[in-house]
Design a protein around this ligand. Structure first.
Ligand code: NAP
Length: 521
């Protein structure tokens, strides 16, 4: 199996700051250091020799060094002339750097090629990484480009990096890693390309890059080393790792990776949960699903689905002949897809049970006690639909209030409930109030869907918003001595139900809640 390294770029403006970054990178667990000399001001060959020596002295003897002096046209920081950049790479080899990274386009010029090859032949262990970058999109033929690099310099490590505009663009890089052997690097830039950075190790990519901190990133979409190691279980990833993830837009601040990866880690499972940024629209969703199903070697086993794709997931499940639980059909939305090794798909909705469990356990009642309970549901979107379906199943008397009254009317008609506009909320007459709108959600934390005077101590108030955990609505409810249920409880319940569907095992509920609260704080 090909060794995969976790590389941390050192992108400082002077040697002192570089030495600090080197120390921090080694302490954080860097397996290779990439000295990005194009970030250094007043760069010289001598400065690079000293930097290599400083890296060795910092205790990086066992940690190989890549020295890069990137062409500004290919993402370099300071636009140093080609001659100086070549001098720097030659000096790095002389100083004992294990790898130099040079751009394929510049290597094609014979005089540059000769200079590099002579320096490599004089170096005891130096190797060449030949890199190609495309910042504007995919390569036309990434496999052909990989072959071309090896035909030009068979001993080089090809490095192919391009911008992914959509997660579906990542499959070019992943296919390359799957279809080729030997040392090679294939990564996608941009938020849509993040999975290639996490999965490089699973598919034997020679290195993946992670920054020391967000502000030190040397390419768009680069994760920090602590995100890669702590959140995405980098050290535990291997060729057999099974994949899971959340399909959403936006996905960057989703709490699902934290909760599921903590669950996998606590049970010692060889599983990894990814953030899957799939832009709104059924076409992109369907093609992402077809892409992962066609590639069984990716080993995807389960997906959480959230805004804006729960309806797309149901439509896809129907078209793919999936086994859909009747409840998901009734709600009209799927938030969980389980994929078998043989290609079978099962579709579920865990929001319904998550909400009902949050309500009944807080109120200390059985589901059957919901019969004839007066409930006000504020909002008529996806979450509202799941909660109305659940409460309706057990005979609650529901009135739906929504900003867009037509949506409230549609939902009310589907489930035989009453409906009204938000202006009627001041005449509220309910024992249970459920906020299913995004009102009060971060960053609009000073907003509440209700006026303070509407609440009293006989009520239970459930806010499905979970960021922040204590919304203004819940603060108002506490002040009125009402019983409160926070959105974190529902979020944790649905995640635990998904975990059960994904793994057949129980997640530690306390750990799950703690993980969510840590992320929110
Ligand atoms: P959705 O389908 O987009 O529905 C959004 C609802 O919020 C609609 O009823 C919308 O009214 C209403 N709304 C949005 N902005 C509003 C405003 N400024 N004033 C009044 N009403 C407004 O979203 P969803 O999937 O149902 O999610 C709704 C919320 O539930 C999310 O924001 C999230 O905080 C929470 N949630 C919680 C969990 C959990 O597990 N705890 C899970 C998912 C979601 P219109 O119809 O008039 O647009």
């Amino acid at each position: 199996m090909i060794m995969s390294y976790l590389a941390v770029p050192i992108s400082a403006s002077n040697p002192d700051k570089a030495a600090e970054q080197i120390k921090a990178a080694l302490a954080a667990g860097a397996e290779i250091l990439e000295l990005r000399t194009d970030y250094l001001e007043n760069l010289s060959g001598q400065m690079v020799r000293e930097l290599v020596a400083a890296a060795r002295a910092a205790g990086s003897k066992a940690v190989p060094l890549i020295v890069t002096c990137r062409d500004k046209n290919q993402g370099g920081s300071i636009g140093y002339p080609l001659k100086l950049r070549l001098d720097v790479l030659v000096a790095a080899l002389k100083a004992g750097a294990e790898f130099i990274d040079f751009e394929l386009d510049n290597f094609l010029r014979i005089e540059n090629q000769e200079r590099i090859l002579v320096a490599l032949s004089q170096s005891r262990r130096g190797r060449l990484i030949l890199s190609a970058h495309n910042f504007s999109g995919k390569f036309d033929d990434i496999l052909g480009l990989h072959r071309r690099i090896l035909s030009i310099c068979p001993s080089a490590i090809p490095k192919l990096v391009y911008t992914a505009d959509h997660i579906n663009d990542c499959f070019g890089a992943l296919d390359l890693l799957n279809r080729t052997g030997g040392e090679r690097i294939a990564l996608c830039m941009g938020e849509a390309g993040v999975i290639t950075r996490i999965l490089a190790k699973k598919f034997g990519g020679f290195v993946t890059f992670a920054s020391l901190a967000e502000q030190c990133a040397t390419a768009p979409g680069q994760l920090t080393i602590s995100e890669l190691k702590d959140l995405y279980r980098y050290d535990a990833i291997n060729a057999e790792t099974e994949l899971f993830g959340v399909i959403a837009e936006p996905v960057a601040h989703s709490l699902s990776p934290a909760i599921h990866n903590a669950g996998f880690a606590s049970l010692g499972m060889n599983r990894l949960y990814l953030p899957l940024l799939v832009q709104a629209g059924s076409a992109g969703f369907d093609s992402f699903m077809r892409n992962i199903i066609r590639r069984r070697w990716l080993n995807f086993r389960g997906l959480s689905v959230t805004i804006p794709h729960k309806h797309n997931a149901l439509a896809f499940a129907r078209s793919a002949g999936a086994k859909i639980e009747p409840l998901a059909e009734k709600i009209g939305a799927v938030n969980t897809l389980v994929l078998s090794a043989q290609g079978g798909i099962r579709a579920y909705n865990t929001d319904y049970a998550a909400a009902l469990d949050a309500i009944t356990s807080a109120m200390g009642i059985a589901r059957s006690d919901l019969k004839d309970l007066n409930v006000a549901v504020i909002g008529a979107g996806g979450v509202s639909r799941a909660i109305v379906a659940g409460l309706n199943d057990f005979g609650a008397r529901i009135k739906i209030y929504n900003r867009t009254v037509e949506k409230a009317q549609k939902l009310a008609e589907d489930f035989g409930c009453e409906y009204a506009g938000l202006d009627e909320l001041d005449k509220l007459d309910a024992r249970l109030i459920v906020n299913c709108t995004s009102v009060g959600m971060y960053p609009n934390v000073d907003e509440s869907p209700l006026l303070e005077g509407c609440l009293d101590g006989e009520m239970t108030v459930f806010d499905t918003v979970y960021n922040p955990a204590e919304t203004l609505l819940l603060k108002q409810a506490k002040k009125a001595r009402a019983r409160v249920i926070d959105g974190v409880t529902m979020f944790v319940n649905q995640a635990i139900a998904q975990f059960r569907l994904f793994t057949g095992q129980e997640a530690d509920a306390e750990l799950a809640r703690k993980t969510v609260m840590n992320c929110l704080s």
